[in-house]
Design a protein around this ligand. Structure first.
Ligand code: URA
Length: 190
């Protein structure tokens, strides 16, 4: 894993030499955990602390862990894109944006490498970005959420359980119940 991080860091330092981009790597149990959770990209708090899913997203994660009956250290947590995608408003304020095509193309091969290193029993994707990274660009969360599906990562098959992104639930309250039902289903399959 250290080798992987070093290579990844070296690649992005060479690619974006002038920019100070903090890479936020995965954390947790990296040896065959029951679950590898994959989000979209780090946000502000994640970048400040250098850890995935902290701050508001971390609270969502705690609720997730409570329902499925696991602790943070029992699972491996990562993101597709490992830098914070930002946009700057005309007034100069910085906010998050979804990862763009270039960022996804650059980081997805590293995600595959990470999955092959971690060898999780089950991959849980949060939202469309992580789902598409594994199942292809035509996959949509509305069709796949709450059921086990399979994905090939460089020729190796993995079980994938897609969930809506917890952040999308904040903006779309009608998804709350579906998300809770999906979590219950996940609990029965792990
Ligand atoms: N924080 C993360 O680390 N990933 C997400 O997808 C959202 C918040």
């Amino acid at each position: 894993m250290e080798q992987f991080r070093k290579r990844c860091r070296a690649f992005f330092d060479t690619l974006w030499p002038a920019e100070e981009k903090t890479l936020v790597f995965g954390e947790g149990r990296a040896d065959h955990p029951p679950i590898m959770l994959i989000g979209e990209a780090p946000g502000e708090q994640e970048t400040l602390q250098g850890r995935p899913f902290v701050g508001k997203a971390g609270k969502n994660l705690d609720a997730f862990l409570e329902v499925v009956g696991l602790r943070r250290e029992d699972i491996y947590i990562s993101n597709v894109v490992k830098v914070r995608p930002t946009k700057v408003s005309p007034k100069g304020s910085v906010s998050n944006r979804p990862p763009n095509r270039e960022e996804l193309a650059l980081f997805t091969p590293y995600l595959y490498e990470e999955i092959l290193l971690v060898q999780p029993e089950m991959i849980v994707t949060l939202g469309n970005v992580a789902l598409k990274a594994l199942l292809g660009k035509d996959a949509v969360i509305g069709e796949h959420h709450g059921q086990v599906t399979r994905a090939q990562v460089q020729g190796q098959a993995f079980q994938v359980f897609p969930l809506y992104h917890p952040a999308s639930i904040i903006y779309n309250r009608s998804l709350t119940e579906i998300y809770q039902q999906d979590l219950q289903k996940l609990k029965t399959v792990i």
